[in-house]
Ligand binder design. Structure first.
Ligand code: GAR
Length: 190
């Protein structure tokens, strides 16, 4: 990698993964987070961005679907979805072929698809009586949660676990693995 690889993070919620990724690459001359973008005006991730000194902005669905959205991604090499809840429109996927990486809080192909995010996923996993869950890090294509899997890791689901208990285990796995998987993927593809 000769020049710095620039990342934009898209996030809709708290942004613990976004912050963890920013901190992981801080001071790294090869990979840096240039922007945090959110579809939610009041998402806590925007406060994290301010504190971390990462430029941030918000957008609505119309803006997201317009061709001009790409202007927000000038100089960006990879898009990282860290708790981002909308389907990525075709025009963005076409501009970033194999350069959009998502994290999903379950072992895909199970518990994926539209509406499957955050606690909805954990509730469904517990209600189904699963003994294990985990995380999936994958490339993004035009369908929810269907792109090539880059990494999966597992955790146990104990009887009596609440969705909050499971979310905590999943977040630990996400924070441990997501930045490293992003780094390894970029290093081997750039
Ligand atoms: C994470 O658990 C992530 O896997 C999940 O949202 C959470 C965001 O947490 N993503 C999805 O459910 C996508 N379908 P965070 O805001 O603390 O990073």
């Amino acid at each position: 990698m000769n020049k710095t690889v620039n990342l934009a993070i898209l996030a809709s919620g708290s942004g613990s993964n976004a912050e963890n990724i920013v901190r992981y690459f801080e001071g790294d001359p090869r990979i840096m987070v240039n922007a945090i973008l959110s579809n939610k005006q009041n998402a806590f991730v925007l406060e994290r961005a301010k504190k971390l000194n990462i430029p941030s902005s918000t957008f609505n669905k119309d803006e997201f679907n317009e061709a001009s959205f790409i202007k927000k991604l000038e100089n960006i090499d990879y898009i990282i979805l860290a708790g981002f809840l909308w389907l990525i429109p075709k025009h963005i996927i076409n501009s970033f072929p194999n350069r959009i990486i998502n994290i999903h809080p379950a072992l895909l192909p199970k518990y994926g698809g539209k509406g499957m995010y955050g606690d909805n996923v954990h509730k469904a996993v517990i209600e189904a009586g699963e003994k294990e869950s985990g995380i999936t890090i994958h490339l993004v294509n035009e369908e929810y949660d269907k792109g090539k899997v880059l990494h999966q890791s597992k955790c146990s689901v104990e009887s009596g676990d609440t969705p909050e208990d499971l979310a905590k285990k999943i977040h630990e796995l996400e924070h441990r693995h997501f930045p490293r998987v992003i780094e390894e993927y970029i290093q081997s593809h750039h």
